[in-house]
Design a protein around this ligand. Structure first.
Ligand code: SF4
Length: 316
């Protein structure tokens, strides 16, 4: 690990300003991904700003009947919160499907959203990787792609997003709340938060350097039947090959988002009206333009079957 300096911020605005001042500075909270990246020298920040003292660790009722989740709420605490379990079951289930008990005790809400891909070539500094080193190429394309994405990808990068929590937040239409280095606050719909790789796979989200996530806002409860189903290579402590988050509300159209298949939680709202009539037709629209590799083409059939399995019991 390379040497770095360290400070503890006292307010969100102070933390944002401290990172903004240095191009190579990073926030640190749970550190469950960043410390691994630093040990492997995939990332080498020169300065860390600890945001753990900022008090952003509460889950509170929000205006309009929603729920505001502090950026530092630990994944385990969020999954077990009685309001989340009752009104946002898809989120609780997604969190419990992720990582291990120890990691969920440490990992935070904001860190979960910002965690980086587990593409094995990204973690191997001997391999070409446009995400780690822009313009260097992509060793994954034509390589071992079982865990990688097949839609929303580009010729520069086919990495998948690893979060389970973010898939549930996408189907719930959560919003990410931030403070910028100039003290301005903003709210970003989660649909717009993560970016597709295009020609710049190293740019993964819409945050400016130094912009700090302060909370995630959930809408008023949707009710209905909420499900999160994850298929992985082993029963726990593994990332999704494919996952499905589904809400069949009491009123309105069924909502579906997929994990493990794209560089961001994958949801195609325009096709959802078709779900109640024709799952196969919906799937064709949701995955139109998919470009699977040799090793991960199986995910298309797996995703469609998983969706059918999730929806039919939910509607019974
Ligand atoms: Fe890097 Fe993306 Fe290629 Fe993986 S798929 S090696 S993260 S550029």
């Amino acid at each position: 690990m390379k040497a770095f300096s360290f400070e503890r911020a006292r307010t969100p605005a102070e933390a944002a300003a401290a990172v903004a001042q240095r191009p190579e500075a990073r926030f640190i909270a749970g550190g469950t991904n960043l410390l691994d990246l630093m040990k492997l020298q995939v990332e080498a920040p020169t300065h860390l700003v600890d945001v753990n003292p900022l008090g952003l660790d509460r889950i509170e009722a929000a205006e309009g009947g929603g729920l505001r989740i502090g950026a530092l709420v630990r994944n385990a605490d969020l999954a077990s919160d009685a309001r989340v379990r009752k009104d946002y079951a898809v989120l609780s289930r997604a969190l419990l499907a992720g990582a291990s008990g120890q990691l969920r005790n440490r990992a935070t809400t904001a860190g979960n959203l910002l965690q980086r891909t587990r593409c094995p070539y990204f973690y191997d500094t001997a391999q070409a990787c446009n995400k780690r080193q822009p313009g260097s190429g992509c060793s994954a394309i034509g390589g071992v792609t079982r865990s990688l994405a097949l839609i929303g990808t580009s010729k520069a990068c086919i990495a998948s997003h690893p979060s389970d929590m973010a898939v549930a937040m996408r189907v719930l239409d959560a919003q990410v709340e931030t403070v910028r280095p100039d003290g301005q606050m903003r709210r970003i719909p989660i649909a717009d938060f993560h970016k597709l790789p295009g020609d710049t796979p190293h740019v993964e989200h819409t945050l400016a350097h130094g912009e700090l996530i302060t909370s995630v806002l959930l809408p008023p409860p949707l009710g209905g039947v909420q499900t999160y189903r994850k298929v992985r290579d082993r029963a726990s402590y593994a990332f999704a090959l494919v996952s499905v988050a589904a809400i069949v509300p009491r009123d309105g159209a069924t909502r579906v988002a997929f994990g493990g298949v794209a560089p961001k939680p994958w949801r195609v709202e325009a096709a959802e009206a078709q779900l109640s009539l024709d799952v196969h037709g919906f799937f064709g629209r949701a995955f139109a333009g998919a470009t699977p590799e040799h090793d991960n083409a199986f995910k298309l059939k797996l995703a469609e079957r998983l969706l059918a399995d999730v929806l039919h019991p939910a509607k019974a």
